[in-house]
Design a protein around this ligand. Structure first.
Ligand SMILES: [Zn+2]
Length: 210
């Protein structure tokens, strides 16, 4: 499995590009910005995008979705509980003092338990609300990898002081959905360095006593 991680945009959101070496099909997670760079990586590996997945509707994660969809024709998957947040994209842009990106339609809901298939590889949707109400994490068992969005970071957790945030709920999501994964699972947070479930269970100051 090809897996490239590209930090994009002002807030350096980690965009993940997964590609199957045989079928040359790809899934792109969190195309926040720099769609030209994402398309260059896809071209380098000769990949066709099959699905665009959004971990949550904050502008740094979803800002480039419309452009990537226009360039590839791939459907956009997002949890419907973040629809209101996506409707407020212009407001989010104003908070950051940046121009509002183009919006697109969401083609498919990504509820808890949903499964996306990239050739033989299953991508499982885990609903992990708390950072936003529609936050999801993507668990890829055969790769032993978790794409955590802004729910879990190395030594930290997602902020809960923005609209839709809930500090008790994010801890409950991490406890029930993420800490249930293998200790060795490699975690790719929405920003910053990679980690493992075991490391965060041991050292993350926010998770002590969970
Ligand atoms: Zn966020």
């Amino acid at each position: 499995m090809i897996h490239e991680v590209l930090p994009v945009g002002l807030l350096q959101c980690n965009c993940s590009i997964f590609g199957d070496e045989e079928t040359r099909e790809a899934i792109v997670i969190d195309p926040g910005d720099q769609i030209g760079d994402i398309l260059a990586i896809l071209k380098k590996h000769n990949l066709t995008v099959k699905a665009i997945v959004i971990t949550h509707a904050h502008i740094d994660h979803i800002g480039g979705a419309a452009k990537l969809k226009a360039a590839t024709g791939a459907p956009v998957h997002m949890n419907q509980n973040d629809a209101g947040l996506y409707d407020a994209l212009e407001q989010q842009a104003a908070w950051l003092g940046m121009p509002s990106p183009q919006r697109t339609s969401i083609d498919s809901d990504a509820p808890d338990g949903a499964r996306l298939q990239l050739s033989g590889t299953a991508f499982h949707v885990l609903h992990t609300p708390g950072h936003t109400q529609g936050s999801i994490s993507i668990w890829i068992p055969s790769e032993n990898k978790l794409i955590a969005g802004d729910t879990l970071f190395r030594d930290s957790i997602g902020r809960t002081d923005l609209p839709g945030g809930n500090s008790r709920q994010i801890l409950q999501s991490i406890h029930s959905q993420l800490l249930a994964l293998p200790e060795t699972a490699v975690v790719f947070p929405g920003h910053g360095a990679t980690t493992t479930i075991g490391r965060e269970r041991e050292h993350n100051p926010f998770l002590q006593g969970l």
